[in-house]
Structure formats: C-alpha cells, structure tokens
Design a protein around this ligand. Sequence first.
Ligand code: PBG
Length: 323
Amino acid sequence: MRIRPRRLRRTRAIREMVRETTLSVKDFIAPLFVKPGEGVRDPIPSMPGQFQFSPDTAVDEAVDLWSLGIPSIILFGLPDRKDATGSRSWADDGVVQRAVSAIKAQIPEMVVMTDVCLCEYTDHGHCGVIINNTVDNDATLELLARQAVSHASAGADFVAPSDMMDGRVAAIREALDQEGYQDTGILSYAVKYASAFYGPFREAADSAPQFGDRAGYQMDPANALEALKEAELDMEEGADMIMVKPAIPYLDIISRVREISLLPLAAYNVSGEYAMVKAAESKGWIDGERVMMEMLTSIKRAGADLILTYFAKEAAERLMIDD
Ligand code: PBG
C-alpha cells in the first residue's frame, strides 16, 4: 500500500510531532464561587473538587491556580442578601468586589474576570428585573452597567455579561468608558443556550429561577444561525472576546462562530459537563482523567482559544506530568 496513515501513529514521538491540537495551561480560565465570611471552603456536592470560597480563601485558591500557570479566573458571587433588583451586585462592599480587590492586591498580574448577571442577586432568580411578569430587557441594562462599573472599579480586568439581554455589551462598554474604565475588557457570553447542563451551577450559585425558566432570554438549543447573529451583534457592540456556552454539546457552534469571528473565542465547559464526568468516574464507568483531557482537547480542536472549565486545576496538573 502506498498510503498508510498508520505510519504517522506508530510511535508516541511521531504522534506528538504530527498532533494538530495542543492544550495549554494558558488556555484555561478557572471559575470560582465566592460568598461572605472568612476561612470558608464549602464543598459543592454536585461538583466534587469545587468549593464556595470566602474572599480570603479565594485569594489562596487564586495563588494556587496562578502557581500552576493558569493565567485567569472568573468570579461568581453569592451575596449576603437578595432583593428584587439584585442591588448587592453593584455594592462596593459586595462579595465579588471584595474578592477581586483582595486577589489583585496579592497577584496583580493574574487576569481577573467577573461574571456580570443578576440571577445570583435577585430574590426571584432571574437574570434581569421583572416588570409585568417578564424579565424587562431595557430596565435591566442600566443595572448590568452599574454592576460592571463596580467590578471594574474593584480592579476586574474583564467583565463577562452572562444575562443574554439585548444591547448589554454596548450599554456596558458605554458605562465603562464614561467612568474612565477604557481598559477594562468585555468577554461576552454572546452565544448562551437555555441549557439543562447548568443544573449543578444553580445549586453552587444558588441562582435557580423561582418561577418559569430562562427560555425567554437564553437561546433555543436547536438554533445555529441565531448563534452567528448573536456573535455578530456582540462584536459590533464592542466585545473584546466572545464565548459559546455550553461547550461539549455545542462544538458545531464553536467551530461556526470561529469562522466568522476575528476575536478570541472562549467556550464554557459548564457545570453539568463537569458533574457528569465526576459522577461516571465515581461509579468506575469511565476513566475520568482521560475523558477530561479528551473533552478539553475537543473544545480546542473545535476552535476555542480559551476554555472556562472547572477542570482547570486538574488539567493543569495533568499537563505538567505530561511535559
Ligand atoms: C448566569 C450564569 C449561569 C452560568 C454561568 N453564568 C447559569 C444560568 O444561566 O442559569 C452557568 C455556568 C455553569 O453551569 O457552569 N449568571
């Protein structure tokens, strides 16, 4: 036979030479949950290996991640109290604001991102304010902008709106510029589906909607053209980087968005994707570590430059062993 593809698979060294996709610790953004208190490190039952931290222990965790070479984290806040408008989300003494400034004080070079949304802060658990029984788009924009400015003033390098309101990237960009935060970037959750894969996160962040669902603002999993439209809009509105979420069930979307975007593209390997691996691994049904590396490599191969993943620490440790 003249052509034998197996020649390129014969030894490990050959395979490594011709490998098309390489995962790097620099691709990872690690999500962290922060809540009020001190010395807190509460395990999240549906996400083994993940914790809710207080600002001080979040600093310790960030230092660990940084020392493994992970360049970036994204913070989610569990506030001390919730109300109808999510007002604790833009409080200067809010839990995310305190964690950001503590982390930046300790490790100034680390790229600190914050999730900008209202669902963790509202008593009804929706991502915007409720007017006439629906999540009101335009009234929500101002609150998101206020939250983004407050995160920027605490020292966040990037704010990451995850609410899926129309026009929020433009509203946030304008507010940041007006307040003098021209250099604070926006990583937009441009393409975010109404997904059942967020289940464990809603337990971790205590953010499940108290009535209805998010289908009126997050995207229908059946749609792909709409993903391109959402991505284009956020690019026009001034996003610095865009994201597709979830990752594994939407690899086709990642690769299609990659083709139309000139911006760095992130993918969110979400809580349900993580929990399923951990659960199957604990039953002895899969090799969790290999599945983790295969998932992350597939997300990169599909076209993502950056991966938000709860596996960040474990995968970083694995990559160090492989080197
Ligand atoms: C909303 C938000 C969610 C996630 C990130 N930001 C949940 C939702 O939209 O209900 C999910 C992340 C995950 O599942 O890991 N602020």
